[in-house]
Design a protein around this ligand. Structure first.
Ligand code: SAH
Length: 260
């Protein structure tokens, strides 16, 4: 038979019996438990620890380059997303950055950067000049700035170009050059590039990118292959011509022509 609760009725767990739980936790301990369970807000001084966990996961997921892991651990991704999304900044997920665009997942940024470092021309003295198509919020440009001598980054949407400038200002990265323009045309003034990296996917590799790539340079870009599936593409420019490799499926925003 079920016993009726006495009055006042006890809420389940509100008054644990002395036998099941030794003692009610002290208020401070309770507060600490809540802090661990609650989503982080503000991400102040502890963001280094959250990033370190993200880096551990990247390494567990197969990223091996110490330079890439270090760069991913150094750049404060939470400064590039809307304040309402700050507590998701170190999850392996893409997030909206406005104007229908997204910041790429950390694992994809790390993967593409690692591929760039594998360029023939990068083996001896590291990465020289890099061209990024699709600045977006500027996050990947900041990561690249720690891996390459110079970073030229193009964005076709004025609103995002301006936002990236605002986001990057506090970092004072002297080797990042923010450019407003159609990335499908590349940026001939900075060519030849040791590497070109696209953060938006089209149906074909624009000729300008291949032309502006240095011999020994590498292009990493998402590309829709026949059937429409977007795949990560690596093109190496060798003294004998272009060598193409198709890697894993990816999901990037579309590469569009013109500016807006
Ligand atoms: N690397 C970015 C990812 C941004 S998403 C980051 O870290 O946030 C891809 C970006 O590519 C979008 O901002 C989109 O506007 C831009 N894009 C698409 N087509 C482009 C083109 N032809 N030239 C320059 N940027 C382009």
């Amino acid at each position: 038979m079920q016993r009726r609760p006495g009055f006042p009725a006890r809420l389940p767990g509100s008054t644990p019996s002395a036998s099941s739980v030794p003692a009610r936790p002290a208020p401070l301990v309770q507060a600490a438990r809540q802090a661990v369970a609650a989503p982080p807000v503000g991400l102040g001084l502890d963001s280094a620890a959250v990033r370190a966990r993200m880096v551990q996961k990247l390494a567990a997921g197969g990223i091996t380059s110490p330079a890439v892991l270090q760069a991913m651990g150094a750049v404060e991704r939470h400064r590039f997303v809307d304040s309402a999304l700050v507590n998701q900044a170190y999850e392996d997920t893409s997030l909206p950055i406005g104007l229908g665009q997204t910041i790429s997942k950390p694992s994809v940024v790390a993967r593409m950067c690692e591929l760039l470092l594998g360029a023939e021309g990068a083996r001896a003295g590291g990465l020289g000049r890099v061209l990024e198509i699709g600045t977006g919020c500027g996050y990947q440009a900041a990561v690249l700035s720690l891996l390459a001598r110079e970073v030229y980054t193009l964005e076709r949407l004025r609103g995002l170009h301006d936002r990236a400038r605002d986001n990057l200002r506090p970092f004072r990265l002297a080797n990042v050059h923010l450019l407003f323009g159609d990335g499908m045309l590349g940026y001939a003034k900075g060519a030849p590039y040791a590497a070109i990296i696209a953060a938006a996917g089209g149906d074909a590799v624009p000729q300008a990118w291949c032309d502006q790539l240095a011999v020994g340079g590498r292009l990493v870009a998402p590309m829709a292959l026949s059937g429409g599936q977007q795949m990560l593409l690596v093109i190496d420019k060798t003294p004998h011509g272009l060598k193409q490799n198709v890697l894993e499926p990816v999901h990037f925003v579309p590469l569009k022509s013109g500016i807006a």
